[in-house]
Ligand binder design. Structure first.
Ligand code: NAD
Ligand code: TYD
Length: 349
């Protein structure tokens, strides 16, 4: 059945994979990608789909309530997949306000617009809020985050995402706005902005630059290949139960230092460097303030209820990721030089 869907943040890392999946898998859906093109938004991520007839890009800021409402009135969306956010913890420590504005008020603006346009007909509508496992706080050495774990966010980023999750649930409870939320673990894969661990370190290894490991490196994250996150979003959007939360994770925990050593080993192989060369770049640096010790997701609900599970092993996903960055050095060079920000002007003006 034909639908018009709004994807927010579709020029970012995860959003671009979600947009590509929906535009190509559902040619009868009209996909509108709303993105403000902050430093993290890169239309070069979408070059392969931008000419497709069921895809439209709109440059707009979700903190602009009237622009958001006007877009809802123009397109009368059937559904929203909301990914737009400020997403980097370190930036949230230096500039929390941008996170509060976009992640909290931006989400509220989308909810208000959906509520107002859908008020007479919520049948078949869905507001899908994409969130993070970081809302649950930090684990000790054992245990997992489940959907019932109480929220305990520790950084301005995770607190802003937790706030937005609460607001989405409140609109569902109070105004019967149909919603679903997913909380996902750390994503990796093609098109990730090289401020996050894996693309930053891949780029640094490529240029023989130091690999800045925070603190003692004994922090643990669960890693999921981004395309598997996009697949999960597709399944939850279409089959998830109204007003439910689903945790998404890779069943794949790594201590940072072990992950970095594995990356160094694989990069030496791929670059034809002598084994052990890249490990010499590891440099322990000052820790991140309030650094969460361990995240680990129990993703059994989405696995058992909706039949989703990761399609690639970590070994495969990491190999594909390294190959992508090595094959797309121009993308990395444009991002690190800032040239990607000229793409919008060249393409759209
Ligand atoms: P990203 O930083 O790569 O992309 C964010 C996108 O949002 C960019 O295109 C940016 O231009 C856009 N954006 C930012 N502020 C905006 C605004 N005010 N108005 C409109 N657009 C705006 O982020 P990502 O890693 O792709 O994350 C996407 C979503 O997934 C976020 O909501 C994040 O919290 C969530 N998430 C990310 C991860 C992860 O590991 N990256 C894990 C779990 C959940
Ligand atoms: P990051 O990719 O920023 O994701 P998040 O903080 O959302 O989990 O970082 C992943 C882990 O890697 C986290 O424990 C912080 C650590 N890290 C470093 O040790 N050095 C770095 O330069 C970066 C960016 C992250």
């Amino acid at each position: 059945m034909s639908k018009t869907l709004l994807i927010t943040g579709g020029a970012g890392f995860i959003g671009s994979h979600v947009a590509r999946l929906f535009v190509t898998k559902y040619p009868d859906y009209k996909i509108v990608n709303l993105d403000a093109l902050t430093y993290a938004g890169n239309l070069e991520n979408l070059k392969d789909i931008e000419q497709l007839p069921n895809y439209t890009f709109v440059k707009a800021d979700i903190t602009d309530a009237s622009a958001v409402t006007a877009l809802f009135e123009q397109y009368r969306f059937d559904g929203v997949i909301h990914l737009a956010a400020e997403s980097h913890v370190d930036r949230s420590i230096t500039d929390p306000n941008a996170f509060l504005q976009t992640n909290i008020m931006g989400t509220a603006n989308l909810l208000n617009a959906a509520r107002s346009v859908w008020k007479d007909d919520i049948g078949g509508k869905r507001f899908y809020h994409v969130s993070t496992d970081e809302v649950y706080g930090s684990l000790g050495e054992t245990g997992y985050f489940t959907e019932a774990t109480p929220y305990d966010p520790q950084s301005p980023y995770s607190a802003s995402k937790a706030s937005s999750d609460h607001i989405v649930r409140a609109y569902g409870n109070t105004y019967k706005l149909p919603f679903v939320i997913t909380n996902c673990s750390n994503n990796y894969g093609p098109n990730q902005f090289p401020e996050k661990l894996l693309p930053l370190f891949i780029n640094n290894i490529r240029h023989h630059k130091p690999l800045p490991v925070y603190g003692d490196g004994k922090y643990t994250r669960d890693w999921l290949y981004v395309i598997d996150h996009a697949r999960a979003i597709d399944i939850v959007y279409h089959e998830g139960k109204n007003a439910e939360t689903y945790n998404i994770g890779g069943f794949n925990e790594w201590q940072n230092i072990a992950l970095v050593k594995l990356l160094c080993h694989k990069m030496d192989e791929k670059l034809g460097r002598e084994a052990g060369t890249s490990e010499q770049l590891i440099t322990y640096v000052k820790d991140r303030p309030g650094h969460d010790k361990r995240y680990a997701i129990d993703a059994n609900k989405i696995k058992n209820e909706l039949g989703w599970s990761p399609s690639v092993t970590f070994e495969e996903g990491l190999g594909l990721t390294i190959d992508w960055y090595l094959a797309n050095q121009e993308w990395l060079d444009h991002v690190t030089s800032g040239d990607y920000q000229k793409y919008y002007e060249q393409q759209y003006t």
